[in-house]
Design a protein around this ligand. Structure first.
Ligand code: FAD
Length: 477
């Protein structure tokens, strides 16, 4: 029987395992799968914890519905009725500017305005800033297809204020990233496509919205009913349920936790996997689903060029600090999903989610759950403060910004050391080089958030694609 070893039991490795099994069954092929995870816990960045009636997500708390692969996997794994939309009555996002929270105007999608009246009424952007953003429709499109930083792209199309007050804080909140170094082609390929196709982001976004409206109307007209889908989706009992649902379905896979893989070596027929304190494991194919820098360490000595190429994908560290409060002691109305903070505000947190407003069932009825993001490209050092210092820092920011003086009834800190890959300028070319070099070793695959999409949904897509390639390779072997 053929044997595959998967290194890393995050969503990338787990979804690859499930897809390998599905492909093997489809092709009538026997397969032995060994999934090795360094930590005692599986799920990688996905980590849900419950305490005193609060449901706390340590890492990701949702996935984008626009990218269908996470929703599809949830449905396939019997979690369709557990899918949870965001609270649709209160979905404003705020931006801190001049020390005050301003609404991100309704109709601004990421950084692109699509509705004129709320945009003109906004107190976030100055009159000149609004005029500049509106002019986006008349800015000619860029010549050539060279990569560009997100900062240059947004400034060129929408102006400096759109960058400083909207794009920069949003990407810091989502990617922990710095728009000056981020590749627009890799991080926001849809924007580049819109510019190429429509000559304008505003025109492209309006067109896309019209198409979506028509599709929704057609679905409702055909008896499909109103789909229960929001831009961000999660699971009622937390994202760890997705991890558990995968594990429950695996029948050909043995999962071993607490196993640190130290090296991958090419042998005449297949590969040899070395682990700390263990005997070498022989296999026909290996899928490395660990972060790029970890993959680089595993391949050192085997192919130093590939290892060096993998090291060029940078990562940043972040931390989430979740605080639970009794409602009565929170003076703020929590009238939205939370707020993001531009760098110019010089604060020590990047963003805050009003979690119990965004998703139901995250806090007891008499309480609220607030989650703050710390670290990222601009303030990575904060992640390494002690628990006491980090809690003090976050409480002091929430006091200044939201007026909360009371003590939380729950405090949960999760540190994510080098967990967010940064798709910096030239990322596409770097990944193409890595893929080209990897192809020299039939049966060796790399998957996970480092390469072609940083979110959960993309990791699931990539895990599935990788599994198909691995099965095809083993059938042909
Ligand atoms: C704070 C935070 C918030 C996020 N929020 C969202 C969100 O809301 N929505 C969204 O879609 N995405 C979000 N993301 C991104 C999302 O978490 C990732 O896209 C996804 O979880 C990455 O999965 P992965 O399997 O590629 O990597 P990981 O989850 O990092 O898994 C890799 C695994 O490999 C293991 N490993 C490493 N080295 C070895 C070794 N030598 N031997 C054995 N095992 C090894 C690691 O221990 C780890 O378990 C967030 C990320 C963070 C950090």
């Amino acid at each position: 029987m053929k044997k595959v070893v998967i290194i890393g039991a995050g969503i990338g490795g787990l979804s690859a395992a499930q897809s390998l099994e599905e492909e093997a069954i489809k092709k009538g092929m026997g397969l032995e799968i060994l999934l090795l995870e360094r930590k005692e816990r599986i799920g990688g960045n996905i980590r849900t914890e419950r305490e005193d009636g609060f449901l706390v997500e340590g890492g990701p708390d949702c996935f984008l519905s626009e990218k269908p692969w996470a929703m599809e996997l949830c449905k396939k794994n019997g979690l369709g009725d557990k899918l949870l939309t965001t609270n649709e009555t209160n979905k404003t996002t705020f931006v801190l500017s001049g020390g005050r929270l301003h609404e991100l105007p309704e109709g601004v999608i990421l950084m692109v305005p699509t509705r004129i009246i709320p945009f003109m009424k906004s107190t976030l952007i100055s009159f000149f800033g609004k005029m500049r953003m509106g002019m986006e429709m008349f800015i000619p499109k860029k010549k050539g297809d060279s990569d560009e930083s997100l900062a240059d792209f947004v400034t060129r199309r929408l102006g400096k204020e759109a960058l400083d007050k909207i794009a920069q804080p949003l990407v810091a909140g989502i990617h922990g990233g710095d728009p000056k170094t981020m590749s627009v082609r890799s991080s926001f390929p849809k924007f580049v496509q819109m510019e190429e196709e429509y000559g304008s982001l505003i025109k492209g976004m309006l067109k896309k919205m019209t198409m979506m409206k028509k599709a929704r109307a057609a679905k409702a007209g055909s008896g499909g009913g109103r789909p229960k889908v929001s831009m961000f989706m999660t699971l009622r009992d937390g994202l760890s349920e997705l991890v558990e649902s995968i594990v429950a379905r695996l029948t050909m896979t043995t999962i071993k936790t607490g196993v640190n893989v130290t090296g991958v070596i090419k042998r005449e027929s297949g590969y040899e996997i070395n682990t700390e304190g263990g005997t070498p494991i022989k296999c026909d194919s290996v899928i490395i689903a660990a972060p790029a820098y970890a993959a680089a360490n595993l391949l050192k000595g085997f192919d130093n060029t590939l290892s060096d190429q993998l090291m060029t994908i940078p990562y940043v560290s972040t931390a989430t600090v979740s605080l639970g409060y009794r409602k009565a002691v929170v003076p703020h109305p929590l009238n939205g999903f939370g707020f993001v903070i531009p760098k110019a505000e010089n604060r020590r947190i990047m963003a805050t989610s009003w979690v119990s407003v965004k998703f139901e069932g995250r806090a007891p009825d008499d309480s609220v759950l607030i989650r703050c993001f710390v670290g990222g490209a601009n303030r990575e050092e904060s992640v390494f403060l002690s628990d006491e210092e980090l809690t003090r820092l976050v409480k002091s920011e929430l006091k200044d910004i939201m007026g909360i003086e009371a003590e939380p009834v729950l405090t949960k800190i999760f540190r994510w050391h080098k967990a967010m890959p940064q798709y910096t300028i030239g990322h596409i070319e770097r990944v193409a080089e890595i893929a080209g070099r990897t192809r020299r070793y039939p049966g060796l695959y790399l998957t996970g958030s480092a390469y072609d999409g940083v979110g959960i949904s993309d990791c699931i897509r990539l895990g599935g694609d990788t599994a198909k390639k691995a099965v095809d390779f083993m059938r042909g072997k």
